[in-house]
Design a binder for this molecule. Sequence first.
Ligand SMILES: [Zn+2]
Length: 169
Amino acid sequence: MEVVVWPDPRLLKRTAPIERIDDEVRARVAEMWRLMYADQGVGLAAPQVGWSVRLFLMNPTGDPTRKDEERVLINPQLKRKAGRVVGEEGCLSFPGIYVEVERARHITLEWTDLDGAKHEADWSDWPARIIQHENDHLENVLLYHRMSAAERMQHAEALAELQRAFEEA
Ligand SMILES: [Zn+2]
């Protein structure tokens, strides 16, 4: 398993709900944690490792010792959004590119955890931003799609570099 970088088409494959949480799912999630921390990420969605299912992980602190901050969010559903806030986002599938993205400030999310328990919680600010970013991946919406025309121009060189790297690989 490796982090899939834009413009790899696996980032745009339709995602399926997880029907059963078994050893294979748990093993893949463990590998995703390893990859996320190796790249200093705070979130990672399954399509970013070429796995087209509705699952992502996050640790808003990015600190691997903060196990209490780790969440595995399976079949998540955004129930409510409120407020608007603009902030900078990066993405492990767009290394080195940072974009200003407008997101809801507060959200309510339903999800299933790795033990199969259902949850509903309110999130605000940074964790709410991570959740909306990772949830975008499940809908095949990428940082590229969130860029303004001006940002695509600004990052044209970096995007062309990623395109070259993909074609050469
Ligand atoms: Zn991302």
